[in-house]
Design a protein around this ligand. Structure first.
Ligand SMILES: *Cc1c(COP(=O)(O)O)cnc(C)c1O
Length: 393
């Protein structure tokens, strides 16, 4: 075994993310009866606080499971076998959601798009307008494509659905945007918002949820997909109006603390502003490195840069895994790898969750060192560009 470097693990993955000590401590709670009155009060507070992050006053259902569980819940509660959905292609996560839908017997129509730029809302409008029989039951968008570092403009997509006069439901995967990038479920007319615990909410992996609109609850009543654990109708008969089975109480002690950090200690708008600032610092750095045929931003649509994750495209002939290996084995810095067809071509810097300037600058410094050590061409001084931005902004 190779020796592990000293010092705390610097965690720069785009999920899971750093867990604040106060959340870890809160979650290390002894077992309680989930029908205990004090717990139910805490639980109801969590539901209200999470709805404030989702910016919804409609329904919320939880699942003991990672984001995939909430993905599955969104599909089995709203659709029937043979239904058609339109998936807006963004990258690995839109493809995975689509594969899940196919596996469930749903007919998947993909709206193709270049992963570096993403689809235009007008193409979505056209695809829906062409569906004169209204066979498309849902439009599925990954708000923030974690594999590529690109955000889809959900309000413009909502407007495109409306412009087509199409009744399809609007489903949004907010797993890597919630609590990091502006998202407004009710204002943007999202019918089902899929979320998870281990990204912007700074919790361990294993709790996921869906915000559900009143319109979607009506459609749910007609869904014939087999379901039990995920069945919203079953959940509504339960005391917590969610969860079939034991409520994972520890998670709610952690979630209460996460919501306290987000709403009370920092404030949601300041949380989003911090992500925007740190995301821009990372991009300034990468753009500086890109000179001299260096690594560059994978996302080529500046209006859609993600403030929670940046995918960095390696120059031709250089493997991103070498950078990740140097960072981890020599400096104890964990970076995200390239997913699916981007494996080896990109590495990803997560900048969401419990993060500040020194953590970002530390990560960028190590990446710049790793570029140097691996003989990857770049313009040195990217970290200075990030410092210059952060010192001004
Ligand atoms: C992480 C992620 C998922 C998958 O969630 P798991 O918790 O890994 O099951 C889905 N969509 C997006 C956009 C993600 O970032």
């Amino acid at each position: 075994m190779t020796k592990k470097p000293r010092g705390r693990l610097f965690f720069a993955n785009p999920g899971p993310t750093n867990i604040p000590d106060s959340i870890l401590h809160a979650q290390a709670h002894h077992a309680v009866d989930f029908m205990d009155a004090d717990f139910i009060e805490l639980y109801n507070g969590c539901v209200a606080g999470l709805k404030r992050v989702l910016r919804t006053e409609q329904h919320l259902f939880f699942y003991t499971g990672s984001g995939h569980a909430a993905w599955e819940a969104s599909l089995v509660n709203l659709l029937s076998a043979g239904d058609r959905i339109l998936i807006v292609e963004t990258g690995n996560f839109s493809e995975s959601w689509g594969r899940m839908a196919s596996g469930l017997g749903i007919e998947v129509q993909t709206l193709p798009a270049d992963w570096t730029k993403g689809a235009e809302p007008d193409a979505i409008r056209a695809a829906l307008a062409a569906d004169t029989g209204h066979t498309i039951k849902a439009v599925c968008c990954v708000h923030n494509e974690t594999a590529t570092g690109m955000v889809l403009p959900l309000p413009a997509i909502r407007a495109a659905i409306d412009a087509a006069g199409h009744p399809a439901l609007f489903l949004a995967d907010t797993i890597s945007s919630l609590g990091s990038i502006d998202f407004r479920m009710d204002e943007w007319g999202v019918d089902c918002a899929v979320g998870g615990s281990q990204k912007g909410l700074m919790l361990p992996t294993g709790l996921s949820f869906t915000g559900v609109s009143n319109k979607a609850m009506e459609v749910h009543k007609t869904s014939k997909m087999p379901k039990h654990y995920f069945n919203w109708t079953n959940m509504l008969t339960r005391p917590h109006k969610s969860f079939i089975g034991t409520v994972p109480t520890s998670f709610f002690y952690g979630l209460r603390e996460a919501l306290r950090l987000i709403h009370d200690e920092e404030g949601l708008s300041d949380v989003l502003a911090r992500h925007a600032r740190l995301g821009e610092a990372v991009r300034r750095c990468v753009q500086h490195w890109s000179g001299n045929n260096g690594p560059q931003l994978f996302c080529q649509n500046p209006a859609r840069y993600s403030d929670s994750v940046t995918a960095v495209l390696m120059p031709e002939g250089f493997n991103a895994e070498a950078i990740r290996k140097t960072a981890l084995s020599r400096f104890n810095v964990s970076l995200g790898g390239g997913l699916a067809r981007l494996n080896g071509k990109v590495f990803r810097i997560g900048h969401l969750g419990d993060l500040n300037e020194p953590m970002i600058l530390g990560t960028l410094s190590v990446v710049e060192m790793a570029l140097r050590m691996n003989g990857v061409p770049h313009t040195p001084g990217g970290v200075d560009a990030a410092i210059a931005y952060l010192a001004e902004a």
